[in-house]
Design a protein around this ligand. Sequence first.
Ligand code: AHM
Ligand code: MG
Length: 355
Amino acid sequence: MAENIYDNGNGGQKTVLTLSEFIIKRQEDFPYAKGELSRLLNSIGLAAKIVNREVNKAGLVDILGEHGTTNIQGETQKKLDVFANEQFIDAIRYRGECCAIASEENDDLIIFDEALAKKAQYVICMDPLDGSSNIDVNVSIGTIFSIYRRKSVDCMPTIDDLLQPGTEQVAAGYVVYGTSTMMVITTGNGVNGFTLDPSIGEFCLSHPNMKIPRTGPIYSINQGYFHDFVDGVKSYVNYCQMHDKPTRRPYALRYIGSLVADFHRNMIKGGIYIYPTTSDSPKGKLRLLYECNPLAFIAEQAGGKASDGYKRIMELKPESLHQREPLFIGSYDMVAKAEEFLQVYKDMEAGIVIP
Ligand code: AHM
Ligand code: MG
């Protein structure tokens, strides 16, 4: 038993620290906090456990396969996509801390009009089950979420409460349903990971103060689209494949096709995940509000970097709920290097001569 024991400072006595206890302890550092954010994170943790229960027995019950509907992106919804969406919305709706949710699975903003929720201070962006193409084949999938304080006061929330840049996030996290189920969160004060202990049904602190290595041995990109990448990305991919001992190249290519799982592996081992623009997806595939921004917050809090290839992801101003952006995320030095490649080609296109 390594890190999932917590030194409580009582003369070397060590104990398991659950997610709820961790959140309460953190709240003690903010004596004026009313505990709303803590309750919200707990609600998300509860919904994650329910989704985990269904994911774990998915092959045994009638929950695999298509739901028969499509979302606003025109993507076919899986039964588990729809189930996870309902679980997260229900867990959050009736507790009174959140007044609106933007979800990958809902075209429009979901506004809670329950009396309790109207007064709530927080809004959430979420992808309830990311990695849909992996659901039916027993490969890791995830949940991604981001929490903001609403901007509007004393009225029903509006879309502008959700269209805030990532720099305004007060908390973000993801759940990876993998070999074990983990929830990783930040409230802007570092990153902590909790592994679900199925025997007690609790997320327990297993990865305190997570840091992403400054560089790493892995690059993750769907190389099948290589011929559709812009020249800067092609050139960076070639760089990843070249032999160079000091920088540990060639890097290994690892691509699960579930953003959360690819990101989580790279967080631990060091690496870069890229979903660039392609000729078919000129804005990239991933959604700014509930895929790019939350993971960018976590990456930065862990010492990493997240970019659209040129600019910091968290500084982009969202214009619509389901806006897509290219994403370069992971180890700081690797993302910075990829940006260098893109900039060289941008400068060449602009006619700036490189010495
Ligand atoms: P989804 O939200 O519909 O599951 O799409 C997002 C997923 C990411 O998890 C993953 O990294 C990417 O799409 C894979 O896309 P592709 O198959 O084009 O490589
Ligand atoms: Mg997704």
